[in-house]
Design a protein around this ligand. Sequence first.
Ligand code: ZN
Length: 686
Amino acid sequence: MTDKTERNPLLDIHFEIPFDSIRAEHVEPAIDELLTDARARLEAIAEEKSQRTFENTMRAFDQMTERLDFAMSVVKHLESVATYPELRAAHNAVQPKVSAFVAGIPLHEGLWKAVQEFAATDEAKALTGTRRRFLTKTIQDFRRHGAELDAAGKKRLEALDVELSRLTTKFGENVLDSTNEFELVITEEAKLAGLPPSAVAAAGASAEAKGVKGWRFTLQAPSYLAVMTYLDEAAIREQVYRAYNTRATAGNHDNREILGRILELRHEKAKLLSFASFADLVIEDRMAHTGERAQRFLKELQEKTEARFRQENLELAAFRRERGETRARELEPWDIAYYAEKQRVALYDFDEEALRPYFPLERAVEGMFETVRRLYGIQVSERTGVPAWHADVKYYEMRDHDGSLLGAFYADWYPRENKRGGAWMDAFITGLPGKDGFQPHLGLMCGNLTPPVGGKPALLTHRDVQTIFHEFGHLLHHCLSRVELRSLAGTSVAWDFVELPSQIMENWCWEREALDLFARHYETGDPIPEELFQKMKRARNFRSANVQMRQLGFGITDLALHIEYDAARDGSVMDYARGILQQFSPATLPADHAMIAGFTHLFANPVGYGAGYYSYKWAEVLDADAFTRFRQSGIFSREVGLEFRGKILARGDSEDPAELYRTFMGRDPDPNALLERSGLLTTVNA
Ligand SMILES: [Zn+2]
């Protein structure tokens, strides 16, 4: 029971969050109260009787959910990093209420009227900069949610959303169920030839868990990838490949019709809202702005990658012949990863584990702080004694060159049973201008890195180091924000722009000068030997044209389905999608290949990555291109650093990201930097 005299710690925004006193029993009462508070604020904006002003309408709207957002960010965070049954139950009890409230905001007619009334005032017409953008974006957002539809239109939109939600949920369930339905149990040890011991052990454990003899393989990623990459017997690889690429195409878990229906409904929704396509609806608010622009972007990269792609495939075929495998058949789709791995080992003999001793966690983190000190003039230092959710969590303060506090953040790097997987950054508090200057920001970053064992420090892979830099890049975007409105601050930016500040940080992990700051052998203090460094760099671009073509294929298929596909004209969606994907595949796809029926990114969520898959490549182009300015002026150039800080990191979404980018680069993004970084700009003599 909560002590009645003790105030619920989730009700107020604290810069030092009292993690040591927040308990599961606080969650429901606090969120209920804060929901009531947010609803009351919403109604107050709608019912405002005096003259509409930016302050009483737009700023009030911007701050309407501040307390609720803070409390939910803390609850969600604890659920992700330190959960227990009562907390999970409390989280699951409040989550749907909060989602429903948030989803209802752009559908609130009184609020829409308030925004329109304000938009008609002289004050609104004279707005510039961040405030102008906030008003424009708010109006667009309401329109995309149907604010301008008549009653019949609104009813239809609601029905479409309900049906899309049902079908996309079903799509995801079908993929999950059909993935789980498959198993391959091998009882003859000889048939496991080629697999690394870790994969054999995992398959053995899986069989044991199911009470069967032998080794059990599934379509879950680790099992599937191990078979495709290492298992010698082609017939087994073929069987597993075919099962994987025909998931959700039969029986009770058939997505083929559902997929066509989702596309139809998404198209109808876009038309209803006066967009030419679902892609245009989704992308309007992003940096690319239109589906057509995103398509042109991907097709340009495709043209520039194709020659090297063909050459890589010839090289792989030649490599197989050199191994004396003279069977006439072409490389089949289930041969590619297998022979590519053999080729990689033959060419590079590069073992990522060899780098681990050079990457003790503490030093990598210190090196990262030193990098941003040089670039942005900011000082990051640890502060002890701050309450957190686990003893391993560290707390840091970020100060500007004049000592002023920009922000603070928690870092939680090691896996635990009550913590979810992966790596991420999140925000607790977004600082805004206050009476005594700009208020500090508060955020966090989390990971699941190899913990210290056997008295050694935590030794990371190079991939782990990039992950830390990546998440810290998101934190910089948050902590360096100088935007006056919460809704447009920090990382609240378009989907195809949000990875620029994070991915650009990874570039420093590939530069000798930066690595020498922190990549030192944990025992000897030696830097990474030059030979190992060169191997690491060469291995990075192994078959990079194939890697790129695969991503481009997914992105181009996604956009074609959401812009051009017309069932009456183009026939079966499966054949249509396969026809496009074939152009990006190094081998001939089987006639029943139906990868698209299992493509949960695009179809297991009402929007998800639908018409948004291009963002992966888009963000890579931005970060590779923007990094060229650092490369040209020296990777620690304070001058370029301060420009990046002022023109990108400080600006959040206060201006169109395409314009922010132009302010920094002096032009639009150029894909050549990515091609160069991936080793794809060399002349091809195929
Ligand atoms: Zn990211």
